[in-house]
Design a protein around this ligand. Structure first.
Ligand SMILES: [Zn+2]
Length: 296
């Protein structure tokens, strides 16, 4: 591979770093050869990390002349993400190690998508995750893969996970972000909502993290065989989103994918916004205003 540290120059953000890597590697294929990238960019070797407390670690010096990545043994996809995350810490020179010369990252760090204001450590973990997501699922290759997918379907998430060699949840997050329709994917663990990823146009999901999946959800209504994507079924939108009392509830569809370890993904899809003319909408809003204010 031709890429080297010189190509990255003074790139600091995950986005700038991945952009430079992709410029130097225009023919990059998926699954992205993350081990080769590590070797080209100054990682001497990758070792097994024998610990229950941490998922990954990076041993390096202050000038980042070279580094060693330690990654917990286990699922290959998870290990790839951990390695990409640690490579992110290595390439972002402003990241300060947890101990002298050593980053130590827990499972919760590798899942972090937002940081509390003022928490620099959390911010660094979020940046390392952004780097890992971008380098393992390069935007131009992801967009190209998405053109084959039309109607939202969880089978597409499984295909992305397989093609890009990333975990299902990483693939789900990218899918929701790149799909043009109003969709969300709820990650369920033992019957409770764990995480929720939604497209920009999908309204907030009203089920709080940790709360049980609604009793009338498709997820509850029948038993599914693990590892087989269910059919897509119409559901009640007010189970999942806040429907204003004076607005017509949009049609909502659910699809379930049950995994063997008690985890499941639920795809939620809202019907597209009808092609209502601006004039009709204005008229409707005018009526609603008059109704509420008592004016006729
Ligand atoms: Zn980390």
């Amino acid at each position: 591979m031709p890429v080297s540290r010189k190509d990255l120059a003074d790139a600091r953000s995950p986005e700038a770093l991945v952009k430079r890597i992709l410029q130097a590697e225009p023919n990059l294929q998926v699954p992205v050869p993350i081990l080769d990238l590590c070797a080209c960019l100054g990682i001497l070797r990758i070792e097994d990390f024998d610990t229950d407390e941490f998922e990954g670690s990076l041993v390096t010096d202050a000038t980042r002349s070279e580094g060693i990545i330690l990654a917990k043994r286990g699922g290959e996809l998870r290990r790839r993400f951990t390695i990409a995350h640690e490579l992110g810490h290595f390439l972002m020179a402003h990241h300060i190690p947890d101990q002298a010369g050593r980053f130590l990252c827990k499972k919760s760090d590798l899942m972090r998508v937002t940081a509390e204001e003022g928490d620099q450590r959390q911010r660094r973990e979020v940046e390392a995750n952004r780097f890992a997501n971008l380098v393992l699922m390069p935007p131009h290759l992801l967009r190209a893969a998405m053109t084959a997918f039309r109607e939202p379907h969880l089978q597409h998430v499984l295909a992305l996970s397989g093609d890009f060699a990333v975990g299902k949840e990483t693939a789900a997050r990218a899918y929701v972000q790149y799909h043009p329709e109003r969709i969300a994917i709820v990650v369920v663990g033992n019957g409770r909502v764990q995480r929720c990823y939604r497209s920009l146009s999908f309204p907030p999901v009203i089920c709080a993290v940790g709360s049980p999946v609604p009793a009338h959800s498709l997820y509850r209504s029948s038993s599914y065989r693990p590892n087989i994507v269910s059919d897509i079924t119409a559901s009640s939108s007010d189970l999942w989103i806040d429907v204003k009392r004076d607005l017509r509830a949009p049609a909502l569809f659910e699809q379930v994918y049950l995994q063997q370890n008690g985890f499941a993904m639920i795809l939620l899809r809202l019907e597209p916004v009808p092609e209502e003319s601006a004039e009709e909408r204005k008229q409707e809003e005018g009526w609603r205003y008059r109704f509420h204010s008592g004016r006729r």
